[in-house]
Design a protein around this ligand. Sequence first.
Ligand code: HEC
Ligand code: HEC
Ligand code: HEC
Ligand code: HEC
Length: 396
Amino acid sequence: MRFFALYVLMPLIMLFPPVIHGQAYGQTRTLNILYTGGVNGELEPCGCSPKTDFGGVARRAGYLAEHRKTLSPYILIDAGNFFDKDTPQGRLKAEAMLKAFSIMKYDTVAFLKMEKEFPYSFFSGLLKKYKIPVISDMPQYRQSISIKRNAFDVNVSVTPMNYQKGKLNILLSDQPISEIKHLKGWDIIILSSGEIFEEPLKANGTIIVSGYPKGERLGILTLQIDSGGEVLEFKHRWQSLGKDIKEDINVRKALKEYDAMVAGLLKDNSKPLAEISYLGVSKCGECHQPFVESWKKTRHAGAFHTLERVGKSADPECIKCHTAGFGEKGGFYSAKTTPRLTNVQCEACHGPGREHLLDFSKPMQPVAEYVCLKCHTKSASPDFNYPVYLEKIKHK
Ligand code: HEC
Ligand code: HEC
Ligand code: HEC
Ligand code: HEC
C-alpha cells in the first residue's frame, strides 16, 4: 500500500498539480465588500459637465438592484462622512441620504466627523424610521457590529482595539493613512478621509481602501476566504456610476421629495426685496441694448432655464451659480421674489449696478478671470480655459 502510494500516486500528483491545487481552493469562498466613504452630502452630481457627471445615490441603488445576484454574497458598508454640514439644507440632505441607505439596505454605516456635528436628537427618530445600523464611538451607539452573510462572520468596527479572533475584521475610519497603517489585527480598513487610492494598499497584512470622494464610484473588493476565515486573495475594482446606469425609482422618488423640501427653504420673501443693489438686465438694457443682445446669445442667458429643466430652480446650492448675486445683499433670492435676476446676468460679472446708475463715471467691477472662477470651478466646469471661454461670451 505504501509502495502503491509512493509510486503510483506521487507521479499522478506531479502530473496533475492543478487538480490538487484546485481541491485546496475548492474550500475557498468569495465575498464582495461593497463600500463608499467620504460622500460628503453628495446626493447626486449637479450635471454641470459630462466630465464630472458621476455618482449619486439613485445610480448607486440602480446598479445594486440590477447586479444584486452576481455580486452576492456581499456586504454593503459606508465608512462615514456622508453628511454635509449641519445647516437647514444639510439636515434635509442627511435625511434623504439615510432614506437612500435604507432602500439600498446598507449593512452598516459609520458616524464619524461630519455626522458627529449633528445633535443626537436629530437622528434618534430618523434611525428608527429608516432602520439604519449605525456604528460610532459616540456614546449612544455601538462601536462594532457583527454581520453574518451566508457562512461568513464579519466584525465591522470603528474602534482600532475591537478586532475579534476568528472573524473577518473590517475597521472603518476617517483618520489619514499615516495614522492607520501601523494598526494590527484588521483584515480590511476602509477610510473616509477623502484620500484617493486607485488601488488598495497593503500594510501589516491589512488591505486598506478609501471611499471615492463624493461617491462618484462604488468600491468593490472581492475576497477569497478559506475555511479558517483567512483572506487568501483579493481583487479590487471601481464601479463607475455614470449616466449610463439606470436609476432606482424609489431613490429617485426620495430625491424628488428632497427637492420639494429644499424649495421650501426659500419661503421668507420679505428681506431680499428691501434692497435693490442689483438692477437686473432689463435696466441695463435701457442704455446698453447691444450688449444685452450679445449676452442673450450666450449660455449664461439660459442658465436659470437649465435649472428649471432639471427641477432644481429653487435649490440654493444650484442657484448660487445660475443667477446674479444669490447670497448677496439685493441679489437673486427666488424666482418669485426676484424674477429680474434669474440667469447669469450682466451684474454677475460686472458687479451690482446701483452705484453705476448714480454715477456713470464710477468704474464697475473690472471683469477678469477670477470673476469667472467663482462659478467655473474645477468640478462644475472642468474644461474651463479663460481665453477660450472668454472668446465665446465676448460682447460683439
Ligand atoms: C460652482 C458653480 C456652480 C454650481 C454650484 C452649480 N453649477 Fe451648474 N453649471 C455651472 C457652470 C460654470 C456650468 C457650465 C460648465 C461648462 O460648460 O464649462 C454649469 C452647467 C450646468 C448644466 C449643463 C447645462 C447644459 O445645457 O449643458 C446643468 C444641467 C447644471 N449646470 C445644473 C446644475 C445643478 C442642478 C446644480 C445644483 C445641484 C448646479 N448646476 C450647481 C456652475 C455651477
Ligand atoms: C455667476 C456664475 C458665473 C460666472 C461669474 C461666469 N459664468 Fe460662465 N457659466 C455659468 C453657468 C451656470 C453656465 C452654464 C449655463 C447653462 O448652460 O445653463 C456658464 C456657461 C459658460 C460658457 C458656455 C460653455 C460652453 O462650453 O459653451 C462660457 C463660454 C462661459 N460660461 C464663460 C464665462 C467666462 C469667460 C466668465 C468670466 C468672464 C464666466 N463665464 C463667468 C456661470 C457663470
Ligand atoms: C460672463 C461675464 C459677463 C457678462 C454676463 C456680461 N459681461 Fe459685459 N463684459 C464682460 C467682459 C469680460 C467685458 C470686457 C471684454 C469685452 O468687451 O467683451 C465686458 C464689457 C462690457 C462693456 C463694455 C465696457 C467697455 O469698456 O467698453 C459693457 C457696457 C458691458 N460689458 C455691459 C454688459 C451688459 C449690459 C451685460 C448684460 C446684458 C453684460 N455686460 C454681461 C463680461 C461680461
Ligand atoms: C441710464 C443709462 C445706463 C444704465 C441703466 C446702465 N448704464 Fe452702464 N453705462 C452708462 C454710461 C453713460 C456709461 C459710460 C459710457 C462711457 O463712458 O463710454 C456706462 C458704462 C458702462 C460700462 C463700462 C464702464 C465700466 O466702468 O466698466 C459697463 C461695464 C456698464 N456700463 C455696465 C452696465 C450694467 C451691467 C448695467 C446694468 C446693471 C448698466 N451699465 C446700466 C449708462 C448706463
